[in-house]
Design a protein around this ligand. Structure first.
Ligand code: NIG
Ligand code: FE
Length: 417
């Protein structure tokens, strides 16, 4: 049979195939590896996977990549990022080194609010150009599917503008991007003392407009002591649900205020951060089938002494995902391999579990588990060819990319020597 591309002689092929749901608990360690493997690809999709001998006997192609001595994995799914903004906030990084906390900076008018004005003023072209540069760097580090949030406009027009930019990025870059509306990222300065008024705008104007334009798939909110309270969050999330959006939350990042419990109550697809989540909160997520998305690079960047309890969650039988949380403030990390390193070193999970958390489990947090995140016939041919001895090398190696090729929908988009 004719294929468009054959990848042959793969030393070790991580498929993560076989489950139609997130891999929970210690199933995260089971990578479903095929040794001495081959893959046949057609029309951007995986046609067949098998032993090298089987694939070479059954398929022919004009294009073949010889992966002798190489590792192949699914492409990374970075399921939590904030890439659309103008200026970066490295001066806050320096302030934090002098002992001023992220929350203190936010309360003094820095933080998310300080990114709003320039994002509101920026043209769509400028926002596109800046975000495209950032996302191209992510692609070079193996990210083939991305979730991207708005949330630096905090007005109807500027939130829609950010979402239009995300739509254009999705169409023009060699990556799939899932759009999330995050008008509840902060209260804009003009409503900082009149929360009800901004909540009315969110619920009566912004969310209906976003839903009507079909320009976002998820709605996210920053539920934390210094931003949206539990009651305020419940109102916004209910309104998003009523308008047909799926839900995510930034929950219990810094303080356990019951964010995880609310994510369970509202049926969120994922609850993200959870650095301080309580036992009851974790139990509630488990019962409700909400997937924890852990963001160790954020807590690393904030110099936290503690991290989300990934191992406890796995022991209780939850599936976990990890993501970069790339943003201009708390975490300017664009690398999934480095996020895996931190998941291993700071949260104590194994390289295999960290890879599962970065691929198939992450895909389920953005409702793409049926298309990407694992390598099996019928799924998109998004994969990484690594010039390394095996999976453990991915988080072990720190600071430069060990990826030989990034293949997106069956096409090589990055080729390193
Ligand atoms: O996930 N927590 C809220 N949002 C981002 C921070 C955004 C910013 O500081 O600009 C986060 O950490
Ligand atoms: Fe975030």
């Amino acid at each position: 049979m004719k294929a468009d591309l054959i990848i042959s002689n793969i030393k070790e092929l991580v498929t993560l195939a076989g489950l139609e749901k997130p891999r929970a608990g210690y199933l995260m360690e089971d990578l479903v590896i095929v040794y001495e493997a081959g893959i046949a690809i057609k029309d951007g999709m995986i046609l067949a996977i098998g032993s090298n001998a089987e694939i070479m006997a059954e398929y022919q192609s004009n294009e073949e990549i010889d992966a002798t001595n190489m590792l192949v994995t699914p492409g990374f799914v970075d399921c939590h990022t904030h890439p659309v903004f103008v200026h970066t906030r490295e001066d806050e990084f320096a302030l934090r080194l002098n002992g001023i906390s992220y929350v203190e900076i936010a309360k003094a008018g820095g933080g998310i609010r300080s990114t709003i004005a320039s994002t509101r003023d920026a043209s769509e072209d400028l926002l596109f150009e800046l975000a495209a540069k950032r996302i191209n760097k992510m692609i070079r580090q193996g990210t083939t599917t991305l979730e991207a949030k708005s949330g630096y406009g905090l007005s109807t027009e500027s939130e829609l503008k950010q979402l239009r930019v995300i739509d254009r990025l999705n169409k023009e870059l060699p990556i799939n991007i899932v759009p999330t509306f995050m008008g509840a990222h902060e209260f804009p300065s003009e409503y900082k003392d009149s929360h009800e008024k901004y909540l009315d705008i969110l619920c009566h104007e912004m969310i209906p407009a976003v839903a009507e334009q079909g320009i976002a798939e998820f709605c996210d909110i920053f539920t934390e002591a210094h931003v949206y309270s539990i009651a305020e969050s419940r109102r916004v999330l209910q309104c998003a649900l009523d308008n047909g959006l799926k839900l995510k939350m930034h929950a219990d990042e810094i303080e356990a205020i019951g964010g995880a419990e609310l994510a369970a109550e509202m049926g969120c697809v994922s609850a993200d951060h959870l650095g301080a989540a309580s036992d009851a909160g974790i139990e509630a997520l488990h019962k409700a089938g909400v997937i924890p998305v852990l963001l160790p690079a954020t807590l690393f960047s904030l110099r936290s002494k503690t991290y989300a309890r990934a191992r406890d969650m796995m022991e209780k039988g939850l599936p976990i995902a990890i993501a970069s949380d790339f943003n201009p403030g708390s975490c300017n990390c664009d690398s999934m391999p480095f996020t895996m390193t931190l998941a291993c070193l700071q949260m104590g999970i194994s390289p295999a579990a960290a890879l599962t958390a970065s691929t198939i489990n992450a895909a389920f947090t953005i409702s793409r588990g049926d298309r990407v995140g694992s390598l099996q016939p019928g799924k998109v041919a998004d994969l990484l060819i690594w010039d390394i001895p095996g999976v453990n090398f991915i988080p072990y190696h720190i600071g430069s990319s060990a990826i030989h090729r990034v293949i997106k929908s069956g096409k090589s988009v990055i080729i390193e020597n």
